[in-house]
Design a binder for this molecule. Structure first.
Ligand code: GLN
Length: 199
């Protein structure tokens, strides 16, 4: 069984560790660059991407993260973590840095600040038949994707219908929403299978 790290600079690290625990997969918080060598996959949690990016630079994790992504380490990003994996960010903060690796442009806070959060049923390719109860909290959406990116899920109804909220490119997986908050482990299970090379 692989060990999966959860980036623990800022954001909802504990919730991701709890989901991994529920799946019987060893998870460990990652705050130092050396720890990246001890894990076979990494989750970047939700939180605030500008702050997370600044902390990643300050703790000398940004370059090691880029290196590991470049070498093919599987990484799953939720919400702010999705932004961290994006090659380009719209409506980012001045000088906002990301790890990158996923050939996509995300729009930060796309679902609107005043709305704060909403829930919607979203089907995710590769994660079972039933829709996810997707929770969006000042979430980004994916504005556009490159050739190598597979779209796994979109908002299905309402004025945001069609907006991309789940993507995969090789070992990189990202969702706009937070499956770690709703007790539905199917996307984490998909990620664990990706880490094992079985999906
Ligand atoms: N709006 C946040 C950001 O820009 C993301 C919110 C979240 O992760 N729930 O990073």
């Amino acid at each position: 069984t692989p060990t999966i790290g959860v980036l623990a600079l800022q954001g909802d690290t504990a919730e991701h560790l709890a989901v991994l625990g529920g799946l019987g997969v060893p998870g460990t918080p990652v705050t130092r660059p050396e720890r990246l060598d001890d894990v076979q996959g990494l989750i970047i949690p939700g939180g605030e991407s500008t702050t997370m990016g600044k902390l990643a630079v300050r703790y000398e994790l940004m370059e090691p993260l880029r290196k590991h992504v470049g070498e093919g380490m599987p990484v799953y990003g939720t919400c702010a973590g999705m932004i961290m994996l994006a090659d380009q960010v719209l409506d980012g903060a001045e000088g906002q840095q990301t790890v990158g690796g996923l050939e996509m442009t995300v729009r930060r806070n796309a679902f609107g600040r005043q709305t704060e959060s909403f829930e919607a049923g979203v089907h995710i390719e590769g994660a079972g038949e039933a829709p996810f109860d997707a929770v969006f909290i000042r979430a980004p959406w994916v504005e556009s994707v490159g050739d190598q990116v597979r779209v796994l899920g979109r908002v299905e109804y309402g004025e945001r219908a069609g907006r991309i909220v789940a993507v995969r490119q090789g070992g990189l997986l990202a969702t706009s929403f937070h499956p770690e908050l709703t007790g539905d482990p199917r996307i984490h299970r998909l990620f664990v299978e990706m880490v094992k090379g079985q999906a």
